[in-house]
Design a protein around this ligand. Structure first.
Ligand code: WAQ
Ligand code: MG
Length: 265
């Protein structure tokens, strides 16, 4: 019989805006140490001392899905313009229409929330028309309740580190992309960080997995975000959002990791 598992989530605010967040899934016995780790992380971000740190714990009810992480490949690009051209080509290959690629790319670059700000969550974009579908364009949709299984953490971290992918952002983005690729109606995801010093991003799709791109923006650029491209038949927006926000998904193994290769258009 499986032990009870809990979702533990941290988010921190500075000057009224979100400055860091992280979440894990763990058994009760692991929660005190994890709470300490997450609070330490909130206090240690570069963006100044947080004014408030929220930590919440919820027991998971309902089915837990166990999945394998997406396969990983890395396209090396000389500059961010080539990186965005690479991302556009990968999105088109995944079945996203040119207009939807252009809309999402322009919005991520300029700040997709009202007033040209970064969103807290992801945009949901109709893969055929480029229409944004999320209910709240400032918040977007936040994927939650996903993690590596405890027993796989060390092995996955070691394998990623051996491949030169030891930055915590890679493991976290892989888990997030893994959850997103399981969503009903998903066609592809586009992401790059809003952190001014983290320049890589990725395109993920169900057939090609997690495709890293080494440069998606110029150093110092504080814009970034996520676009989830969906086809709009055969599912409802409610079911899509419910899966992303509520369905617990645990990853028990890594996919394949290909060596980096130069991008050729
Ligand atoms: N659900 C939906 N959207 C999210 C979530 C979430 N749980 N977390 C973040 N976002 C959105 C939000 O708009 C952020 O501003 C944006 O994504 C970027 O988040 O292989 O670090 O945590 O080298 O800054 C990708 C490449 C790194 C990693 C992505 O994103 C690699 C990254 P960040
Ligand atoms: Mg960020």
């Amino acid at each position: 019989m499986e032990r009870d598992l809990y979702s533990i989530r941290m988010r921190a605010e500075h000057d009224g805006s979100h400055c860091s967040g992280a979440e894990r899934i763990a058994a009760a016995g692991d929660l005190p140490a994890l709470a300490a780790e997450l609070v330490a992380r909130a206090l240690g971000t570069g963006s100044g001392a947080p004014d408030r740190v929220h930590c919440s714990v919820d027991r998971l009810a309902g089915e837990i899905l166990y999945r394998r992480l997406p396969d990983v490949q890395t396209f090396d690009v000389p500059d961010w313009m080539t990186g965005r051209a690479c991302a556009s080509a990968l999105l088109l290959r995944a079945g996203v229409a040119p207009v939807a690629v252009a809309v999402a790319m322009a919005q991520l670059a300029a700040g997709p929330a009202p007033g040209g700000r970064v969103m807290r969550g992801a945009m949901i974009v109709d893969a055929l028309t480029g229409t944004r579908l999320e209910a709240d364009p400032a918040r977007g949709v936040r994927a939650s309740r996903m993690d590596l299984v405890m027993d796989a953490r060390q092995g996955v971290s070691a394998e990623l580190a051996a491949a030169g992918l030891g930055h915590h952002r890679v493991a976290e983005a892989l888990v997030l992309a893994g959850k997103i690729l399981g969503a009903p109606g998903i066609v592809a995801e586009l992401c790059w960080s809003d952190a001014p010093d983290y320049l890589s991003g990725y395109v993920a799709d169900p057939h090609h997995g997690y495709q890293r791109i080494t440069r998606m923006k110029a150093a110092g650029d504080g814009f970034g975000g996520r676009a989830l491209f969906v086809r709009t038949s055969g599912w409802t927006l409610e079911a899509f959002v419910a899966y992303l926000e509520r369905q617990a998904v645990l990853f028990d193994s890594l996919g394949t990791i290909a060596p980096p290769q130069p991008w050729k258009a």
